[in-house]
Design a protein around this ligand. Structure first.
Ligand SMILES: Nc1nc2c(ncn2[C@@H]2O[C@H](COP(=O)(O)OP(=O)(O)OP(=O)(O)O)[C@@H](O)[C@H]2O)c(=O)[nH]1
Ligand SMILES: [Mg+2]
Length: 275
């Protein structure tokens, strides 16, 4: 791998492979850093849109790597997100709007796959990518039902969600790749930590319709997590939250009343526009 060099200023017989590799890796890192900052910018855009009450609820698609998250998003939206049989095909979360059977829209965000032992130097980069789940109203947990280690993988996903501080969010679990299971094999599949459980195939589309109905229900019945400090002048909103939603936390602070509640989407929209 050594290249010929000559003349003044070149390094002896040539550049060693190691040095070339170093340069290439350095370049790759700076490209990835740029992509990451693009992701952060995009996310801030969505968040500021939400503050103004302009964007629909957001569901983050999470799951162990290779579970079929990107395939699912593709199926639902033809988003053209990479669906590849390799680890970390998705480093860049992609958000798409999906029109549900009820006529409402939901934003679906693809995320990078979770794995058991994240290499130390990657943790920071992954963390900022995964922060998307912290801002989601609903977590869609895709599990690979054809994988013999599915239970362990699901536990890793829940541990990661807890680490990210997203452990309290409502979860819909999708047991994916049921096209690979023998008949009846899927019947025992159940996730007690999830609000709802569906068996699907992101490849054939089996079960997707029922899942889409479930999403509609989520929007209509309302389970949107609302977390905000409400100024004392708008304190009357608290009683509305209490009567129409589920008030989980209520703290009287200097700058207002901090609340954490699950609310139906019409009320959610009203809260966004008023606060
Ligand atoms: N048979 C079958 N294969 C599937 C299904 N869903 C996804 N796959 C395959 O599983 C592999 C991984 O799918 P992806 O959608 O890339 O998985 P991912 O969860 O996005 O993976 P990462 O982004 O790497 O975390 C691909 O080869 C898909 O074609 C399914 O329902 N049935
Ligand atoms: Mg993916």
């Amino acid at each position: 791998m050594s290249r010929l060099g000559g003349g003044i200023g070149t390094r002896g017989p040539g550049e060693k492979k190691l040095e070339m590799d170093r340069r290439l890796i350095g370049k790759r890192i700076s490209v990835l850093k740029e992509e990451l900052s693009e992701v952060v910018r995009h996310r801030e855009l969505i968040r500021s849109g939400r503050k103004k009450g302009k964007t629909p609820p957001v569901a983050a698609i999470v799951g162990y790597t290779n579970a079929g998250k990107s395939t699912l998003l593709n199926y639902l939206t033809d988003a053209g997100v990479l669906a590849e049989d390799e680890l970390f095909a998705t480093l860049d979360p992609t958000t798409r709007a999906v029109l549900l059977p009820c006529g409402s829209e939901i934003l679906l965000t693809d995320t990078v796959g979770f794995i058991r032992k994240l290499p130390h130097h990657l943790i920071e980069a992954f963390r900022s990518t995964l922060e998307e789940v912290v801002y989601a109203d609903l977590i869609i947990h895709v599990a690979d039902a054809s994988n013999p280690r599915m239970d362990t993988q699901m536990a890793v996903v829940y541990d990661t969600l807890n680490d990210l501080g997203a452990g309290v969010k409502p979860v819909y679990t999708l047991f994916n790749k049921i096209d690979l299971l023998k008949e009846r094999e899927g019947h025992h599949l159940w996730d007690s930590r999830a609000e709802k459980t569906y068996c699907i195939s992101a490849k054939t589309g089996e079960g997707i319709e029922a899942f889409a109905e479930g999403l509609s229900e989520f929007i209509l019945l309302g389970q949107i997590l609302y977390e905000e400090t409400i100024p004392y002048t708008k304190a009357s909103l608290i009683s509305r939250i209490r009567s129409e939603g589920q008030l989980m936390t209520e703290e009287y602070r200097e700058d207002g009343i901090y609340v954490k509640a699950l609310v139906p989407s019409p009320l959610y929209g009203k809260l966004l526009s008023e606060i």
